[in-house]
Design a protein around this ligand. Structure first.
Ligand SMILES: [Zn+2]
Length: 339
């Protein structure tokens, strides 16, 4: 056994390795559980008692030498790999990289924030909906184009089930379980069967609002929307309402804000009108109130709805809608500062 130990001492003393893999092979050969030195350790109990001291010392010497040599070789490799000579130990640690919020989340949160301060609470509902909550309860006539496959994603095996085309379905769900006063905003993702281009996508995000109570008037609606526009786009912002048509409101209007690029003078962004459209609104059609279990002789209400993408485009001048869902980090990181 002593002879074997001497032999290994020679071997270990002379060992070299050209790279980390070779070094690892040496470590396994000598120092691993099934390595040569452990094998000798296992044999140690068979050594006659009078030789135990001498063999034991030699064995320890071998083990220590092997460990030392391998550590020394390892160090030379590590120095080569990392250029440790140039390592600046006084340098501060790398900062932890923070994620950035998605621009649509930033703007949605801002919208929610503004309406929360005006007394609105948040309501949410399912994205996969039934015809009643999306269309029928919202006073869509049977032959309305939105009910066509061209415009809406239906579930093939269940023609009554579809991907909601607006978050009005949430308004319906709120009204069917509660009585006025109701003052909610419904943020969420909606889907429409549209060809994807720079100005249209098959999904986008909305925030809709609903206020139902006694004596709610169009003036209240205009006031709350003016407040919103000025908080969102600055205190100088002006609004104007143009008559429009939606199945669920009567009268209906579309709202423009004064163009914040030219200040209303006219520029390419506002197509030289001085105004840009931002949302649709109106007084809730009494038929909608009735369909959802609210007495339209006692209560009136207003509703409005805006696209989060639209507001984000106006705020950050994003020209291509597809940017929002392409997950290009170069685009997304631009919004870091707005966190
Ligand atoms: Zn303009």
């Amino acid at each position: 056994m002593l002879a074997k130990i001497e032999e290994l001492l020679q071997e270990v003393g002379a060992m070299t390795a050209a790279n980390a893999e070779e070094l690892e092979a040496l470590r396994i050969k000598y120092l691993s559980k099934k390595g040569a030195i452990n094998a000798l350790m296992a044999d140690f109990r068979n050594v006659p008692a009078e030789q135990k001291k001498e063999v034991g010392m030699k064995l320890n010497e071998l083990k220590n030498l092997a460990q030392e040599r391998i550590n020394a070789l390892k160090e030379t490799f590590e120095n080569q790999d990392n250029g440790a000579a140039e390592l600046d130990l006084t340098r501060t640690a790398y900062p932890i990289e923070l994620g950035t919020r998605h621009p649509l989340s930033i703007v949605r949160n801002e919208i929610i924030d503004i309406f929360s301060r005006l007394g609105f609470t948040i309501a949410e509902g399912p994205e996969v909906e039934d015809d009643w909550h999306v269309f029928s309860s919202m006073n869509f006539p049977e032959d309305h184009p939105a009910r066509d496959m061209q415009d809406t994603f239906f579930i093939e095996s269940h023609p009554d089930i579809l991907l909601r085309t607006h978050t009005s379905s949430v308004q319906s769900r709120v009204m069917e379980v509660s009585q006025p006063p109701i003052r909610v905003i419904c943020p969420g993702r909606v889907y429409r069967n549209e060809a994807i281009s720079y100005r249209a996508h098959c999904f986008f995000h909305q925030v809709e609002g609903l206020y139902v109570d006694k004596n709610v008037s169009f003036t209240d609606l205009k006031q709350v929307l003016l407040q919103f526009a000025q908080e969102m786009f600055g205190p100088e912002t002006k609004i104007r309402l143009r008559p429009s048509y939606f199945p669920f409101t009567e009268p209906s209007a579309e709202m423009d804000i004064s163009c914040d690029i030219c200040g209303g003078e006219g520029c390419p962004f506002c197509k030289y009108t001085g105004w840009v459209e931002i949302l649709g609104c109106g007084m809730v059609d009494p038929a909608v109130l009735e369909a959802n279990g609210i007495d339209s002789k006692i209560y009136t209400g207003y509703a409005f709805g805006m696209g989060v993408e639209r507001i984000t485009n106006l705020k950050y001048k994003v020209k291509d809608l597809r940017m929002f869902s392409e997950n290009d980090t170069r685009f997304l990181e631009e919004f870091e500062a707005a966190n």
